[in-house]
Design a protein around this ligand. Structure first.
Ligand code: CAA
Length: 241
């Protein structure tokens, strides 16, 4: 039986690698995205994976988007909450807009998405939810009070939801990527990457998106049924938990 998987932010960066890896593993994959139409249509034509546009910060938009995916592909059995943004700045310069955008997109989205699929997963007694958190939710990061707060929240969400659904065949896990070679890290000033980030990574390089995707494929698999409430740290040894 082909399972249906939905990856938010699934057309670029880590999300694109996750979408492709799940497709290769035999899932029927849908990828959502928020704004970059060009990247999404390129991704769709290269991979054949259908794309759906909505803002994961909106509860209503998530409900509508999920209904469309389910009409086209069938009930969602694997949900990967990957979509995320940064608005880096020191807290004493941070605006309410920078705070709210990151909290709503990186943490609010877990409620907005998962609430719409959880009842179906409970009724069918199967589900896999994988939340993409971050090393910076584990350790904190200068310039990311908003992002670190949201990503730490993602871990708490994961643990509590895992407990509530442990008897229903649903697993809920988080992955904490370290610094991965994507546009998000490329947006960090070059001197900051070279002087403050790379020297802190024992493996001595950025991670690749596919190295996160392989973790998602494992957590989504039937073989991972005993793994729930866990946090999989994939960061090249930068922060050990
Ligand atoms: N640790 C300690 N002090 C720091 C610092 C750091 N990491 N970064 C800057 N500072 C200090 C500076 O030395 C400076 O001190 P002085 O005033 O004494 O000279 C002071 O803070 C202000 O520095 P700036 O003028 O550079 O401050 P800014 O507000 O313009 O920029 C910043 C600061 C936005 C945090 C910038 O340094 C930055 O972008 N840092 C990278 C943040 C980061 O790692 N983001 C991760 C993005 S990738 C991602 O999020 C994916 C993931 O999950 C891992």
């Amino acid at each position: 039986m082909t399972r249906v998987a939905l990856v938010t932010g699934g057309t670029r960066g880590i999300g694109a690698a996750i979408s492709k890896a799940l497709k290769l593993a035999g899932y029927n994959v849908a990828a959502s995205y928020a704004g970059n139409d060009d990247a999404a249509s390129k991704f769709k034509s290269e991979t054949g994976i259908p794309v759906f546009k909505w803002d994961v910060a909106s509860f209503e938009a998530c409900g509508e988007g999920i209904r469309k995916v389910e009409v086209d592909l069938g009930p969602i059995e694997v949900l990967v909450n990957n979509a995320g943004i940064t608005r880096d700045t020191a807290f004493h310069k941070m605006t309410l807009e920078q705070w709210s955008a990151v909290i709503n997109t990186n943490l609010g989205s877990l409620f907005n998405m998962t609430r719409h699929v959880i009842e179906g997963m409970r009724a069918r007694k199967f589900g896999r939810i994988v939340n993409i958190s971050s090393i910076n939710g584990q350790k904190g990061q200068f310039g990311q009070v908003n992002y670190s707060a949201a990503k730490a929240g993602d871990i708490g969400f994961t643990k509590a939801l895992a407990l509530e659904n442990a008897k229903t065949g649903i697993t809920v896990n988080a992955i904490c990527p370290g610094y991965i070679n994507t546009e998000m890290v490329q947006a960090v000033p070059k001197d900051v990457v070279e002087k403050s980030i790379l020297p802190m990574i024992p493996v001595n390089r950025l991670g690749e998106p596919e190295e996160i995707a392989r973790g998602v494929v494992f957590l989504a698999s039937d073989d991972a049924g005993f793994v729930t409430g866990s946090t999989l740290t994939i960061n090249g040894g930068q922060y050990l938990v």
